[in-house]
Design a protein. Structure first.
Length: 388
């Protein structure tokens, strides 16, 4: 029951916030009714990533005591981080290989359906959202989902035979979708970096160099000959304009981010140890950025967002949360080790340009995927990827 619900929870994240919320409630109830909470201490000892996630959430609770935000806003902000609580819960529910295999299959199916819907939208077979474009979720969210799926497919292609060729084809479709259909820069960067990571993880030195060369040629051709590269050039142009003595294009996508980051750094400098309190970002940003046209709810950077709210008091647990994933990944069976490392890279990239732990969809997705990878610490088996 628990494994099926986790699989439904993961699939719901891709397609329906309502389904994901209901499934998350059911997951919590199963955890409580099955008395899994009795083993919480054991889970926290066995899985450091779970301990760090709870510690970070505890810091956010503590941040309520001294924050400048109105109580309702502070509580609303705290609730945004509730997925941190799901990591230890999910780890206890994914303690059997068959439950994890079921969740991995849900990941594959959800990714394939998302990919198919995106292509059908691009062909006008399905209605396209004016905001999201050819994807069910935002361009950023879709890029994260499909970028990591491409990485998964690369590893799966190493099994060889018809199945390997099928997954190699799916990898190429995923890359085409991210670069030429949805065109999310976060997803594009993820694909490039994760492909290099795959080469380092699985290939010989010569093949790794060859992969990097092919990747460089592909990206060069993409920039030089594809009109789909305009968002990359926009980002470069926005950056160059912002770096002028008198910043220009501050209302552009990257210009806004640089402005958010500048004022966030000022806020962190004001209270570097404990920050301004949970949920305080919007109010404090409005105070220091009075001359700016655009206000912000968050700075599109998870590190800065936590830094403004909690200072080093919150950043240390967040870095602990991230570093524990790296160190503990080396103890995992090969299949989960490779994927956990790719997931960590994805989280780092996304944290630089967005707030993946704070955002609902990305936050819940990362929580489930982290638990799915690290639950295999219990098995200690060494094997290749064979989830689907």
């Amino acid at each position: 029951m628990g494994g099926m619900t986790v699989a439904l929870f993961l699939a719901g994240i891709y397609f329906s916030t309502a389904i994901a919320v209901v499934a998350s409630i059911v997951v919590g109830l199963i955890w409580l009714l099955s008395a899994r909470f009795v083993g919480l201490t054991t889970v926290l000892k066995r899985y450091p990533v779970a301990a760090w996630s709870l510690l970070l959430f505890g810091c956010l609770i503590a941040g309520l005591a001294y924050g400048t935000a109105p109580h309702d806003e502070a509580i609303a902000s705290l609730k945004k981080y509730r997925e941190l609580l799901f990591i230890p819960v999910l780890l206890s529910l994914l303690n059997r290989p068959r439950y994890r295999d079921l969740a991995w299959r849900a990941f594959v199916v959800a990714s394939l359906v998302s990919l198919a819907i995106s292509f059908l939208m691009s062909l006008d077979v399905l209605e396209t959202s004016s905001y999201h474009g050819a994807s069910l979720k935002s361009r950023i969210t879709h890029g994260i989902f499909i970028g990591f799926f491409a990485f998964y497919c690369l590893h799966r292609s190493m099994v060889g035979g018809p199945a390997g060729r099928l997954y190699l084809g799916l990898f190429l479709l995923a890359v085409f979708n991210v670069f030429f259909i949805v065109e999310g820069r976060t997803g594009q960067l993820m694909v490039l970096v994760l492909t290099v990571l795959f080469a380092v993880q699985r290939l010989s030195f010569k093949r790794c160099l060859l992969t990097c060369l092919v990747l460089a040629i592909f990206f060069g051709l993409f920039l030089g000959f594809s009109n789909k590269a305009k968002r990359v050039f926009e980002g470069i142009e926005n950056t160059q304009a912002y770096m002028q003595e008198k910043p220009e294009q501050t209302d552009s996508s990257m210009g806004q981010r640089y402005t958010f980051w500048k004022y966030s750094a000022k806020l962190i400098a004001e209270k570097p140890l404990f920050g301004h309190g949970t949920g305080s970002f919007a109010e404090e940003y409005a105070r220091v950025a009075q001359d700016e046209k655009l206000l912000a709810q968050h700075p599109h950077n998870e590190f800065l967002f936590i830094g403004v709210q909690l200072g080093l008091f919150g950043l240390i647990p967040y870095f602990g949360f991230l570093s524990s994933q790296f160190f503990e990944s080396r103890k995992l069976p090969d299949r989960e080790k490779w994927l956990a490392q790719g997931l960590l890279i994805s989280l780092l990239i996304t944290s630089l340009f967005n707030t993946p732990i704070y955002d609902h969809t990305e936050g819940h997705w990362f929580a489930v995927m982290i638990a799915l990878c690290f639950a295999a610490l219990e098995s200690g088996e060494k094997m290749g990827i064979a989830h689907a």
